[in-house]
Design a protein. Structure first.
Length: 425
């Protein structure tokens, strides 16, 4: 079977309606201006050598990370031409694969390829559900705890929940508790030793959870470390990682960063460990994982909304029939909170504020994603059969069985949507 052609990220970054692609981090959405600028830029160069200027981190074969600059992108192989630290005084000049285990994207500074940069970042966002602690430096230097570096920096460890992981940027979006009990926003945290992973719920993002711990990128609780040791994770450093700049890399080393002051991303898994072009089987596995996680999200939201509906019913009963003024106050506060969230969402719609999506939109988006993945999975199965020519009777039976399962999954998802609508009503 022939290798699957490499997807053109350049074409995907300027396709029709790319501006409508959502992202949990507003700065990585593509604007019409960025799309047009990159389209004009592509018209002046070859696809196998697109001039760019991106600030990056690059890994060596021992998992050390160093500042670098990307100067060209090959859209036919998804390779980057990079120099460490830059072209003025390079200690390394070579090609690396555009892979989150090899390269972390920090910033696009050329003003022309932002659309490509943003598309790559959006496609690397995955949903996770991790309990974490992250270190926040005290502004007055009077914190109770010390940071990982042992340089006297003091602050406090904040317990929170991580909801998204941006692989290619090595960043986590964790819930911001400072917004109040009735509001939930996100803070962007770099995955480094100022982060401690505590628990991965329902296996969401377990591969990355384990990899970050096993490679010593982050700290972890004993329980999380045990889970990571017993979980198979992708190869830590791809074969395209380089060691030629290690001896001179100290001057280019990037210090670990602390916390920095919103989902079009598909849930994807790591490319194959040998960095070959993704095979159809690998893509099917990726889509299967995404489908499973979408269903888990829908079930979680169903349970949450049922619980909220029951609580509201109990409060209304206590207030209307038993005259409980405290429960009446809770009802009033709840509806004021709903109104405030709606007004906040409208105010932030065209801004760069990080705000979570409306619950109704979120549920519909998850269901749409699940159905889309199921359809895509079925189409790829058909392609494999056609490309493979003759197949065994058992293989045909397995494929037909999977198709029946996908049809049932779509039916179940529609039923869950109907159930959620009834719960909301």
């Amino acid at each position: 079977m022939a290798d699957t052609p490499v997807e053109s990220l350049a074409a995907a970054s300027i396709k029709e309606k790319v501006e409508d692609e959502k992202c949990v981090v507003a700065q990585y959405r593509t604007t019409t201006k960025q799309k047009n600028a990159f389209a004009q830029h592509l018209a002046t160069c070859n696809k196998n050598s697109v001039p760019i200027e991106w600030v990056i981190d690059i890994a060596d074969e021992s998992n050390g990370w160093f500042y670098g600059t990307g100067y060209h992108y090959d859209d036919t192989t998804q390779m980057l031409h990079v120099m460490v630290p830059d072209k003025e005084n390079p200690t390394f000049d070579g090609q690396v694969l555009l892979d989150h285990r090899t390269v972390h994207l920090i910033e696009c500074v050329d003003g022309k390829s932002d659309a490509l940069f943003n598309k790559i970042v959006r496609d690397s966002v995955i949903k996770v559900k991790w309990d974490v602690e992250w270190f926040e430096e005290a502004e007055d230097g009077q914190g109770e705890s010390q940071g990982w570096a042992g340089d006297g920096t003091t602050g406090s460890w904040i317990h929170s929940s991580a909801r998204y992981y941006i692989r290619i940027a090595n960043q986590l979006l964790v819930e911001d508790k400072d917004l109040g009990q009735e509001s939930r926003g996100f803070v962007i945290i770099t995955a480094d030793l100022n982060l401690k992973l505590l628990k991965c719920h329902k296996g969401k993002g377990i591969d990355d959870f384990s990899r970050l711990i096993n490679e010593g990128v982050v700290q972890s609780s004993p329980e999380a470390a045990e889970v990571a040791r017993t979980t198979l994770s992708p190869q830590s450093t791809p074969v395209h990682a380089n060691s030629g700049f290690r001896s001179n890399g100290d001057s280019a080393s990037r210090p670990f960063s602390s916390a920095k002051d919103n989902y079009s991303a598909e849930d994807t898994t790591s490319p194959a460990a040998n960095n070959t072009v993704l095979t159809p089987a690998t893509k099917l596995a990726d889509m299967s994982t995404g489908l499973r996680e979408c269903v888990v999200d829908i079930l979680d939201d169903r349970d949450r909304m049922k619980s909220e509906a029951n609580q509201l019913a109990d409060s209304f009963h206590a207030f209307a029939l038993e005259g409980d003024l405290d429960e009446g106050l809770k009802l009033m506060q709840h509806f004021e909170s709903v109104r405030a969230k709606a007004e906040k969402a409208r105010a932030a719609q065209d801004s760069d504020l990080i705000v979570p999506d409306d619950a109704d939109d979120k549920i519909e988006a998850i269901a749409d994603d699940a159905i889309y993945l199921a359809q895509k999975l079925e189409r790829n199965l058909t392609k494999i059969v056609r490309a493979g020519g003759e197949v065994s009777t058992s293989a045909e039976e397995e494929i037909e069985s999977l198709r029946r399962s996908l049809r049932k999954a779509r039916s179940d998802l529609q039923a869950k949507e109907d159930e959620l609508r009834e719960a909301r009503g």
